[in-house]
Write a protein that binds this ligand. Structure first.
Ligand code: XIL
Length: 364
């Protein structure tokens, strides 16, 4: 879509009276964002909390449920932030997304060492048993396995994570079965990134991911829903609506529900004006969500943060120095503008792109 057409569409939006949650509900969907309780409880971020409260019908804990965060020391569980996040969500009628149980980047170092050493499934079982029943009846969707695919290692495309090395390829089946025993009515998910662009590596990732889903379905694994992370990037191209549409259809045809779980847009070309950068982000999100929301299996959209003030995409001056050489001319530290609200909670073109896409979405 051209910039002018995008702006015309955005103007049709009436942001004063509606929220993303209410627009999502019009087609039977939800809108959510990843949050950290550490920010939501701060006076400094009261405006962020108000925006989260108003705009979201679901919250994803950005870090508060991750294994390395809740069990830094073996057997010493710290779930205060997560419990508070759940209370905050419940007090305003929001759902909570169970992110995430097994992720190679959030295994505490003591568990990583023990899994490598003893290959003892009890460690995984105990971790799942510590969190799933605690949030029974509250968390309905669990990301059981996060990011299982990685190209360039094995023919089946499985990432050689500590879980694969300890238990082999069926660790995914075992984890799903374990979670299903602990929460028989919960919907169990696999969540993956790098599935969006029409690039050779992402074509491979989509192919390998579909093969994994086919295998799990054939095995009768209790897998119900698929998370597409959607970390978009203005430096990546091309994005093909046709290719992405076919991919979502392939997943839906296997009988799985789909959630867009971590939408954000990486952009850090500081030589462009903020207006131009926002415009590009909005256009990309429009192209992406128009396809996603035309697919009836897509149940909701979650952004990875709501405001640029608290975004994992924020490039700190330390990052800039630490990764010297990773930046092209014109790039540098500062706010990444890849979330719906700016650092002062003002709605940006990305916000209007999401709201317009929800408005255009056919009813479920
Ligand atoms: C990220 C958080 O945003 C960071 O704050 C944390 O340091 C690392 O994890 N894919 C995922 C998320 O599934 O859990 C990651 O979240 C971002 C990439």
């Amino acid at each position: 879509m051209s910039g002018a057409a995008f702006r015309a569409r955005a103007q049709l939006d009436s942001p004063q009276i509606v929220t993303l949650a209410s627009l999502a509900a019009q087609s039977g969907r939800y809108f959510g964002a990843a949050v950290r309780m550490e920010y939501l409880r701060r006076d400094l971020d009261r405006d962020l909390r108000d925006a989260v409260e108003a705009e979201c019908s679901l919250l994803t804990p950005e870090i508060d449920l991750k294994w390395d965060v809740i069990e830094q020391e073996r057997g010493h569980l710290t779930l205060t932030q997560m419990d508070d996040l759940v209370s905050f969500a419940q007090s305003s009628g929001k759902k909570v997304h169970g992110h995430t149980l097994l992720w190679h980047l959030s295994v505490p170092s003591w568990a990583e060492a023990e899994l490598a050493d003893r290959k003892d499934w009890t460690l995984v079982r105990n971790h799942l048993a510590a969190v799933i029943p605690r949030y029974a009846g509250i968390i309905e969707d669990w990301d059981v396995v996060n990011e299982p695919i990685e190209t360039g290692h094995r023919q089946d495309g499985l990432r050689p994570s500590i879980f694969l090395r300890a238990f082999g390829p069926t660790y995914i089946n075992r984890a799903l079965e374990e979670a299903n025993r602990l929460a028989p009515s919960a919907r169990l998910m696999i969540n993956e990134y790098g599935l969006d662009y029409n690039l050779p590596v992402e074509n491979d990732r989509r192919y390998l991911f579909l093969k994994l889903l086919e295998r799990l379905r054939y095995d009768g694994a209790p897998l119900h829903s698929i998370g597409i992370q959607a970390h978009l990037d203005l430096a990546k191209a091309p994005f093909s609506q046709k290719v992405f549409e076919k991919f979502l259809k392939d997943i839906a045809d296997m009988g799985f529900a789909i959630v867009i779980t971590e939408l954000d847009v990486k952009e850090h070309i500081y030589t462009l004006s903020a207006e131009e950068r926002d415009q590009r982000v909005g256009e990309l999100v429009t192209d992406y969500l128009d396809v996603a929301l035309a697919q009836p299996a897509v149940e909701g959209v979650i952004t990875w943060g709501l405001s640029d003030r608290r975004s994992w995409l924020y490039v700190t001056p330390e990052d800039y120095v630490r990764h010297a050489g990773a930046w092209k001319a014109g790039e540098g530290p500062g706010l990444n503008r890849g979330l719906p609200l700016d650092a002062s909670m003002r709605r940006k073109p990305m916000y209007h792109a999401i709201s317009a896409a929800f408005r255009r979405a056919p009813s479920q």
